[in-house]
Design a binder for this molecule. Structure first.
Ligand SMILES: C[S@@+](CC[C@H](N)C(=O)[O-])C[C@H]1O[C@@H](n2cnc3c(N)ncnc32)[C@H](O)[C@@H]1O
Length: 202
């Protein structure tokens, strides 16, 4: 079993990051690329999952814009409780305090942002991610989001990076690539540093 499948230790690690306020990934609002992608969606009934959602500002945006089948999943209950406080109308049953690798439902769309890059960057973890993401999608379901395109740092610290070619090596066995390019509308601190992708489950 990979460490990322060990729910107890992963929950402890991430919950401690929240308790210690070591949450450098948290930008405090919906990122522009996700917002602009959401703004062009027409069908508000689709089932959407945000895995490794953290404070899930995109879930709040989706819900407030009529996407009532939005689900938020995180291994730590801390950010889920924070979302509940910010948005008490968000249905409790749509807050999934689970390990992504054990989740068993199916969706039309999953949204990625700084989740992939949070796993230790080895072949096993990255393959598990791609397989699991595909298994959570309905046929023709979409995985959409952002992947850092900086190389793995020397000190091997999160966020763990990668290259377009490397990501494609993991994702293309399970997904058709609709788009995977340098992101043109990143938030300023991430400009030039991330790829935006739309992948369709094979
Ligand atoms: C780097 S943070 C990113 C949070 C959020 N996506 C954002 O952009 O602010 C990674 C998140 O994934 C969650 N996480 C890590 N491993 C997980 C797993 N196996 N299952 C579910 N959530 C997980 C952590 O608790 C944390 O909230």
């Amino acid at each position: 079993m990979s460490k990322i499948q060990d729910t107890k230790s992963e929950n402890e690690y991430w919950s401690k990051r929240y308790l210690d306020e070591q949450t450098g990934w948290d930008i405090g609002y919906i990122s522009t690329p996700l917002k602009e992608y959401i703004d062009q969606l027409e069908d508000k009934n689709i089932r959407i999952l945000i895995p490794g959602a953290g404070n899930a500002y995109e879930a709040e945006y989706l819900f407030n814009n009529g996407f009532k089948n939005t689900f938020v999943l995180d291994i730590s209950s801390i950010p889920l409780n924070a979302l509940k406080k910010r948005l008490p109308e968000f249905p409790e049953s749509h807050l999934k305090n689970e390990n992504f690798f054990e989740h068993q439902e199916s969706y039309d769309l999953t949204l990625e942002q700084t989740f992939f890059c949070s796993f230790e960057p080895n072949k096993e973890n990255r393959t598990l991610y791609a397989q699991k993401m595909a298994s959570l999608l309905k046929p023709n379901g979409k995985l959409v989001g952002l992947w850092f395109n900086h190389p793995l740092s020397q000190d091997n610290k999160r966020p763990f990076g990668g290259s377009k070619e490397e990501y494609l090596g993991y994702l293309s066995p399970y997904f058709e690539v609709k788009l995977f390019e340098s992101c043109f509308n990143s938030i300023k601190p991430r400009a030039g540093n991330e790829l935006f992708g739309i992948f369709i489950k094979k």
